[in-house]
Design a protein around this ligand. Structure first.
Ligand code: ADP
Length: 485
């Protein structure tokens, strides 16, 4: 099976979030299922610098305001198409925002171009290649589903759209329509029209044969008025064409027995190295060298979604529990400021590093007793999967993929010996404080805590199962496409 994926970022070439991890890992996992995946990405400077064996398969004299080339290329094991269009993508710095921190004003056109190039590959612009399925990730790729329909070829590939975060929808004023390259009739409720404007993600959800999101619980939540962010009606109308497939993690990269970024190594049968990582983490974060404290790690973007604004209040409610925090994150300056104040108030108990730091992220996973993820909503979440792998017990809000991946230490789960972490109701500092206290008291029973760690480390968080689910969804999409519209 040949699948053409479209993504606006892909690890290890360019990454701002979990989407890049998925776009980079899925082709490798699917190769084991005999799926040949090629991924179309924009030619940002970081991409142009890292691709290998690039050759032009098509030249556009005029492509959304300038000349462009469609390149076939590779990067390690990744098979790529790249749109080399300097006027759209050759810009320094962040990929979605200009130097002033605001979104590029022509993002609608930039990502319409990504989608158009994908539809052009479907039309045979690379003469040697026709995909059976097109897989569009997030709003940036969304219009490909519309272009393929309006191109109107008698035979078309199956189309799958994946939502990594419904909060980002690609919504633009009606006036942009003319610049996007869609026919006027596309502007309809049964098309790209969305609350009077143009909706990129809406178009994908409407035209794709199958829609996936990154956990079964999030797939349910986004069908409700509370979680649907304006798209719940459409998602409900799509019925069982919508499903949730959990993300995995690359278990070769995330392996505490070999991770080159760790000061000591360990595995479920040989945990001694973990104590060394815990000590190194306390030192790195200037925490008191207390062997008994519950050492709670945080690795997160600092945004409202992640619920970390509840933590300062929760810390005030902790009473006598012996809990330390090792926090790594960057994001809203207001939150960064609050955490700086908190860390200086609780010096020796709360360690903070503001920024993005891969090595420290791994040390936190390997050295903390528990990893806190108090999100208000969470499509899947990757950090709690890494925590399971590294023997840090996840303490998570009961939402989205967090609810699907962590077995709460309730009475029955403890009795059956299957708990892997703790869940709590999202959105309140009281519930968060209770969960932290509950974790502190569970940890006082060393045998029980050890069992939870071992259960987590034995959990299959690899891409093997998700890859098989995607293969099935691709087959379903192909069948739907053949069955007519
Ligand atoms: P999201 O995509 O919403 O940010 P995920 O949990 O799905 O959340 O994925 C976030 C990824 O980015 C994880 O791999 C996590 O370890 C990493 N990450 C987040 N913040 C940082 C940071 N400050 N430093 C290093 N890695 C980080």
């Amino acid at each position: 099976m040949r699948v053409l994926a479209l993504a606006s970022e892909i690890y290890p070439l360019v990454k701002t979030g979990g989407l890049a991890d998925v776009a980079g890992a899925l082709p490798l996992a699917l190769a084991k299922e005999k799926v040949e995946m090629r991924t179309l990405i924009p030619g940002y400077p970081a991409v142009m610098a890292k691709i290998e064996a690039a050759r032009a398969v098509h030249r556009y004299e005029e492509f959304y305001g300038g000349p462009a080339r469609l390149l076939r290329a590779k990067a390690g094991a990744l098979q790529l198409y790249v749109i080399d269009a300097a006027h759209l993508f050759n810009r320094p710095g962040a990929i979605y925002q200009g130097p002033d921190g605001a979104d590029w004003p022509d993002n609608a056109v930039r990502y319409a171009a990504l989608a158009r190039a994908g539809a052009d590959i479907v039309r045979g612009y690379d003469v040697n290649y026709r995909p059976d399925v097109v897989h569009a990730h997030d709003w940036q790729a969304g219009l490909v589903a519309a272009f393929i329909r309006f191109d109107g070829a008698p035979e078309r590939p199956g189309v799958v759209a994946t939502i990594h975060n419904l909060a980002f929808q690609g919504r633009y004023p009606r006036e942009t329509l003319g610049a996007l390259g869609l026919p006027p009739e596309a502007f309809a409720v049964d098309g790209v029209e969305y609350y009077g404007g143009v909706g990129f993600l809406k178009a994908a959800l409407h035209f794709a044969d199958r829609v996936t999101t990154v956990s079964p619980t999030y797939a349910q939540e986004i069908r409700t008025a509370e979680g649907g962010m304006g798209l719940d009606g459409l998602l409900r109308a799509r019925g069982d064409a919508v499903s949730g497939v959990l993300n995995g993690v690359d278990v070769d990269v995330w392996d505490p027995a070999t991770d080159p970024l760790l000061p000591a190594h360990f595995s479920a049968d040989a945990m001694k190295g973990r104590a060394a990582c815990r000590k190194a983490l306390q030192e790195a974060m200037r925490l008191a060298p207390d062997p008994d404290a519950l050492l709670v790690g945080v690795v997160s973007r600092l945004t409202w979604q992640k619920g970390l604004d509840l933590l300062p209040d929760a810390v005030g409610k902790l009473g006598r529990d012996n809990i330390q925090f090792a926090m790594l994150g960057a994001g809203d300056s207001d939150l960064e400021h609050r955490f700086r104040a908190l860390a200086s108030e609780y010096a020796g108990r709360i360690g903070l590093r503001v920024g993005y730091d891969e090595a420290l992220a791994r040390l936190i996973q390997a050295g903390s007793d528990a990893l806190l993820v108090p999100s208000r909503f969470e499509p899947c979440g990757l950090t709690q999967l890494c925590a399971l792998r590294y023997g840090s017990v996840p303490i998570v809000a009961r939402v989205g993929g967090l609810a699907d991946t962590i077995v709460d230490a309730n009475e029955m789960a403890l009795a059956a010996g299957v708990a892997t972490g703790l869940q709590f109701a999202p959105g309140s500092s009281e519930r968060l404080a209770e969960a932290l206290s509950r974790a502190a008291s569970l940890k006082r029973d060393a045998g029980l805590w050890r069992t939870m760690q071992a259960n987590g480390m034995a959990t299959d968080v690899s891409w093997t199962r998700p890859a098989r689910r995607y293969l099935q969804i691709y087959r379903d999409a192909m069948r739907d496409a053949r069955g007519g519209d």
